[in-house]
Every structure is written in structure tokens, then in C-alpha cells.
Design a protein around this ligand. Structure first.
Ligand SMILES: [Zn+2]
Length: 60
């Protein structure tokens, strides 16, 4: 998970991620960022898509 606001990065367990997913109506789960208290903590692949950082996809 990575924060869209402050670039804070955090490892989140799958069951917690699922909980976040159920709580939001968006296309992707977003959690509260413990660093800046915003609710823009999203999965890293979503972060990369939003930020337009497609370089990561080449690694797969
Ligand atoms: Zn943050």
C-alpha cells in the first residue's frame, strides 16, 4: 500500500486490504494513511496507475 498524498509506503496484510475494500465503494480499496491521516492509502499498483508510473509493469 502507498499513500497518494505523502508517498508513505506500508505493508498491509491481505485480510486487512479486503476489509478496506469492503468499506469503500470505489474501484479500488483505500485506507487511512497513518503518516498524514488522509484516506488515500491505496495498493501500490493502483498508486502507479494513478501517478502514471508504468515502469513498474515492465518488471513483471
Ligand atoms: Zn499519507
Amino acid at each position: 500500500m502507498k499513500c497518494l498524498d505523502c508517498d508513505y509506503e506500508e505493508e498491509v496484510e491481505a485480510d486487512i486490504l479486503l476489509e478496506c475494500f469492503e468499506m469503500t465503494n470505489d474501484d479500488f480499496p483505500s485506507c487511512i494513511c497513518v503518516n498524514c491521516n488522509g484516506d488515500n492509502l491505496v495498493p501500490k499498483d493502483v498508486y502507479d496507475q494513478i501517478k502514471g508510473n508504468f515502469i513498474y509493469k515492465l518488471k513483471k
